[in-house]
Design a protein around this ligand. Structure first.
Ligand SMILES: *Cc1c(COP(=O)(O)O)cnc(C)c1O
Ligand SMILES: [Zn+2]
Length: 420
C-alpha cells in the first residue's frame, strides 16, 4: 500500500515532522502535540473534472487527498454524500443573502462523526489493531461502534453515564463493549486514554488521533463540490473539542491548494454559553495551550467540553479565515431546533441547531449580512436526543391537540386553533 502523497505528520506546537504511520502525538509535546497530516499536492491528481467523472458518492471520492492508499479497503457503510439544501426562508428570516443547510444527520449513525470513525476503522485495520477504542460524548462513540460493526472489528467505547439514551442504545445495538463512566466527558476521555495505553488498543480519540481530521474535512470538500466549487462566504459549525472545525479548515486549505476553489470561506465556531472555552480564548487573546479547563455545562451534550482537545487547530480555523467564535445560551439553542426544522425540514440535535443560532447571532453583530452566502453544518440528527427536542418545542409553545376519536370534537379543537 502506497502513501507516497503524504509528506509527513507535523506537530502543531513545534513543527517537528514525523513519518506517516502508527503514531499519535508529538513525542516532545505529548497530548498537546497534535499532528497535522501534510500532503505533497504535486503528487495528487484530483480536479473538478476527475471528481465529476467519479461515480463514488461517499467520502472516499476524495481519497486522493486522504491518508489512505488507493487500494485500501474501506467500510461498506455509505459515509458522506449528505445533502446540502438551499433554505431561502431561513436565509430571509436570518437576514443573509443565501443560506444552505448541510444535513449530516443523514449519515449512517446520524452524525458527522461517521466521517472520522470510517477513517479510524481503515487505519486500525491498516495497523492490524485487535481492538479499537474511543471516549465520546456520544456521537463519536456511536459512529465508531457502527463502523466497527460493519466490518466486525472489536471495540471498547467510553461515554459519560449522562449520555442521551438514543446514543447509548446505538452502542448496545451495534454490539460494542460499552463502558458508562461515572463522570463527565473529560473523565471518560482520561480513562479511555489510560486503558488504550495499557491494553495496546487502537485509539480513535478526538484531538489525539491525527487521522480523524482527515475524515472530517471531507464535509467541507463535499460542500464545495455541491455548490459547484463556488465557496460560500461563511461557514457555521458548532464546536466542542474543535476537531470538526479544524477539519473543515483543512478541507478548505486542501481545496485551495488543489485549485478546486478560489477562496477560503470565513469559518465561524459556535459554542454553548456554558461550554465556551474557545469563545473565552478568542475574546481575551489567551493562548489556548496555557488556558485552564472550564467546567462545561450545556444541554447540547455533543459540544460540552471542559478542555477542547483540538483547540490549536480549532483556533487557527477561525483566526486564519477571518471568522469568529460566538456563544449561544441554551434557551436559544433549544429554540433553534424548531426554527431550523420549520425553515428547512432538517431536524437537528441541539449541537446541530447551535450552528444556525450562530448565524442569527452573527447577523445581530454585523459579522454577516444580506450580501453573504452562508452554509450551516447541521452536525447531528434530532432523533439523537428526543428529550431535548421535546423541551425545545415546549419552550416555543408548540403543543399537540388532544382529542377523542370523533370528528366534531376534532373540528371544535381545530377551530380553537384557527384551523379550518
Ligand atoms: C462532535 C459534535 C460536534 C462538535 O465537534 P467537535 O469536533 O467536538 O468540535 C458538533 N455537533 C455534533 C452533533 C457532534 O456530534
Ligand atoms: Zn511538538
Amino acid at each position: 500500500m502506497s502513501l507516497d502523497h503524504v509528506l509527513n505528520l507535523t506537530c502543531v506546537v513545534c513543527g517537528r515532522e514525523y513519518p506517516a504511520g502508527d503514531i499519535y502525538v508529538c513525542t516532545e509535546h505529548g497530548n498537546e502535540g497534535i499532528l497535522d497530516v501534510r500532503y505533497d499536492y504535486e503528487r495528487i491528481e484530483m480536479s473538478r473534472s476527475s471528481l465529476a467523472a467519479d461515480g463514488d458518492v461517499t467520502m472516499w471520492r476524495y481519497r486522493a487527498v486522504m491518508p489512505v492508499a488507493a487500494d485500501a479497503p474501506v467500510p461498506p457503510l455509505t459515509v458522506g454524500g449528505t445533502p446540502t439544501y438551499d433554505a431561502p426562508r431561513l436565509a430571509e428570516q436570518a437576514g443573509v443573502g443565501r443560506l444552505w443547510v448541510k444535513d449530516e444527520g443523514r449519515q449512517p449513525t446520524a452524525s458527522l462523526k461517521d466521517r472520522a470513525s470510517a477513517m479510524a476503522v481503515v487505519k486500525a485495520q491498516e495497523f492490524g489493531a485487535a481492538v479499537v477504542t474511543t471516549a465520546s460524548t456520544g456521537n463519536a462513540a456511536a459512529a465508531l461502534s457502527g463502523l466497527c460493526a460493519s466490518v466486525g472489528q472489536p471495540n471498547v467505547i467510553f461515554v459519560p453515564e449522562s449520555a442521551p439514551e438514543a446514543k447509548v442504545a446505538q452502542l448496545l445495538a451495534y454490539g460494542s463493549t460499552v463502558v458508562l463512566v461515572q463522570g463527565n466527558y473529560s473523565d471518560a476521555f482520561d480513562l479511555c486514554m489510560a486503558a488504550a495505553e495499557s491494553h495496546g488498543w487502537y485509539n480513535r480519540n478526538t484531538g489525539f488521533n491525527p487521522y480523524m481530521t482527515e475524515g472530517k474535512k471531507t464535509a467541507m470538500l463535499e460542500l464545495f463540490e455541491q455548490l459547484d466549487w463556488e465557496s460560500p462566504d461563511a461557514v457555521f459549525v458548532s464546536v466542542g473539542d474543535g476537531s470538526i472545525i479544524g477539519g473543515l479548515h483543512k478541507g478548505a486549505k486542501d481545496a485551495l491548494a488543489l485549485g478546486l476553489i478560489e477562496s477560503i470561506p470565513r469559518i465561524y465556531g459556535i459554542q454553548a454559553a456554558g461550554s465556551d472555552f474557545m469563545v473565552q480564548a478568542f475574546e481575551s487573546g489567551e493562548d489556548v495551550l496555557d488556558k485552564a479547563p472550564i467546567a462545561a455545562e450545556t444541554i447540547a451534550d455533543s459540544i460540552s467540553a471542559d478542555l477542547p482537545r483540538d483547540r490549536i487547530k480549532a483556533m487557527a480555523a477561525v483566526t486564519e479565515t477571518g471568522g469568529a467564535y460566538i456563544r449561544i445560551p441554551d434557551e436559544v439553542i433549544l429554540e433553534a431546533i424548531p426554527t431550523l426544522a420549520r425553515g428547512s425540514g432538517v431536524f437537528a440535535e441541539p449541537a446541530g441547531a447551535t450552528a444556525y443560532a450562530g448565524v442569527v447571532a452573527a447577523v445581530a453583530r454585523g459579522l454577516v449580512g444580506p450580501s453573504d452566502r452562508v452554509a450551516v453544518l447541521s452536525t447531528g440528527s434530532g432523533l439523537k436526543d428526543v428529550t431535548a427536542a421535546m423541551q425545545a418545542v415546549t419552550s416555543v409553545g408548540t403543543t399537540p391537540i388532544h382529542v377523542p376519536p370523533d370528528l366534531p370534537a376534532l373540528d371544535a379543537a381545530l377551530g380553537e386553533k384557527g384551523i379550518r
